[in-house]
Write a protein that binds this ligand. Sequence first.
Ligand code: HEM
Ligand code: HEM
Length: 223
Amino acid sequence: MAIIEPVKQNPLHPSQTRQYSLSIRLWHWLNLLVISGSLVTILINSTLMDRKATSSVIVEQAAKAEASISADAAGQIAHELEDNVWSIHAYIGFALVALLLWRIIYEIISPTSQSLFRKVSVARLALKNGSEEARLARHELVVKVLYFAFYLVLILMGITGLTLYFKHNLGLDRSVSHSIQEFHGFCMYLVILFIVVHVAGVILAERRQSPGIVSDMINGGGH
Ligand code: HEM
Ligand code: HEM
């Protein structure tokens, strides 16, 4: 599979930037899969594998089988089960970091028409032009800057996630790793916020000014 493929485009017209290379499309849908997987692991740990609920199920089931287990031991088992899910979360996290590196490398080696930096500077230039073009450019600029912000959050997620995974190797203090974990958890809300705004924005764009935009993200566009 070719990593870089030529894409036809008018670089001076920001409203015509809806041609997505195979690399971007593949990256986009794999990223969607991986982030969804990551969010599912969190959902599992905060519902099905909730430590309190799981340990009371263990105690109940032991009582039914006429065995006895202390609350501490049940809590320990629940903790282990929860940790198994966190391990899956971390493996998915490694895939996310790999995808992020791919996206960063692609930004560096991609044809200029596909570069996010380039799209931002083209939109900034077009802002100075006539009123209709300026309106389109303003919208384009807001959307692309939102992508930048999202990439920044993903980078923070990656760095804090890896730090948490390797906290013992790094010899991190308990309080430091706790703060990092809280920050990592907080970033999740930014990721969710981005997804909600992004999907709503894409649906609106599909219905209004950019019909076919989702199909372009699947088929490449520019036909
Ligand atoms: C976890 C969910 C999702 C994430 C994290 C995500 C992330 C992104 C990112 C970062 C970009 C910018 C790509 C770039 O140019 O660098 C993008 C573009 C795009 N995404 Fe998503 N996406 C998600 C879900 C979806 C879904 C469900 C759809 C379809 C309904 C969709 C449709 C699109 C389209 C059409 C674009 C191109 C928009 C444009 O040209 O500005 N995305 N997405
Ligand atoms: C979209 C991406 C991600 C989301 C939404 C996410 C979300 C979360 C959340 C909510 C927690 C629990 C924090 C807390 O208990 O306060 C967590 C923990 C963790 N995450 Fe992520 N994360 C993501 C990416 C990553 C990545 C890239 C890695 C890197 C390997 C990673 C590794 C970890 C680890 C090791 C923990 C600690 C689990 C434990 O308590 O043992 N995460 N993550």
